[in-house]
Ligand binder design. Structure first.
Ligand code: C5P
Length: 232
């Protein structure tokens, strides 16, 4: 029997680096809030039973940004991304089985192609643990000193950039995230928690257009990616 699948979308960050008055996830992109674009490929995926949107407890903006429905649940955000994700997983406790899949996707990534979600299912379906979308590094990496000068070149061979969604077995991920936080390691992605627990997440080659919106320049880039897709 195929395991069921769920998604958790952490959207409780402050988005300080955007410097905008509107929270990052609600900034307009091709006429819709950024968050609506981030949710669309997950809500559009028939394999996914429901999506848990994790929002700051005082944030009601999501009600206008996305259409409520039986497949959209919410959970309260925590101080850091890892706490927010753990809260999202806790919200599924009554529904998800330990072997079910859970896809964790940043609300700040509005350009996730539907094919990349399919690739995760295709490549990980039989995997006991799970893995993440990632991209081999294309640029040469420099180590900087505190004056902004190059200390050295870091070999990029075997280095990948971690993207989202990251897709893991529900029980293992919940355990691993709780243990990482408990030990004081506030991991910045789910794979790091799984690694700390002794697992080796699989790397699934994803699309470079699945960018994370951090600065205003990223927003313009995301706009261009979505426009190009609409015109295809
Ligand atoms: O800040 P950064 O872009 O790394 O955040 C990644 C994702 O984690 C964003 O979607 C953000 O809203 C979310 N986040 C969260 N709770 C926090 C901090 C970040 O849900 N406390």
């Amino acid at each position: 029997m195929m395991a069921r699948a769920w998604a958790v979308v952490p959207a409780a960050g402050s988005g300080r680096r955007m410097g905008a008055a509107t929270a990052k996830q609600y900034l307009p992109l091709r006429g819709r809030p950024l968050l609506a674009h981030a949710l669309a490929p997950l809500l559009g995926c028939k394999r996914i039973e429901a999506v848990v949107l994790v929002v700051a407890p005082d944030d009601n903006g999501w009600r206008e940004a996305v259409a409520p429905g039986p497949r959209l649940l919410t959970a309260p955000g925590g101080p850091e991304r890892c706490h927010s994700v753990l809260n999202g997983l806790a919200a599924l406790a009554d529904r998800a089985a330990d072997d079910d899949w859970v896809l964790v996707h940043d609300a700040a990534r509005p350009c996730l192609p539907a094919e990349d979600v399919e690739a995760l299912f295709e490549q990980l379906e039989q995997d006991p643990v799970g893995g993440l979308l990632a991209l081999p590094l294309a640029d040469t990496l420099k180590q900087a000193d505190d004056q902004g000068h190059v200390l050295g070149t870091v070999p990029r061979e075997g280095l990948w950039r971690a993207l989202t969604p990251q897709m893991f077995r529900y029980g293992l991920l919940r355990q691993a995230l709780a243990a990482a936080i408990e030990s004081g390691d506030h991991v910045t992605d789910e794979a790091a928690a799984m690694e700390l627990a002794g697992h080796r997440p699989a790397l699934v080659a994803g699309s470079g257009s699945n960018l994370k919106v951090t600065t205003p320049a990223d927003l313009a880039l995301a706009e261009a990616v979505l426009r190009a897709r609409e015109e295809q």
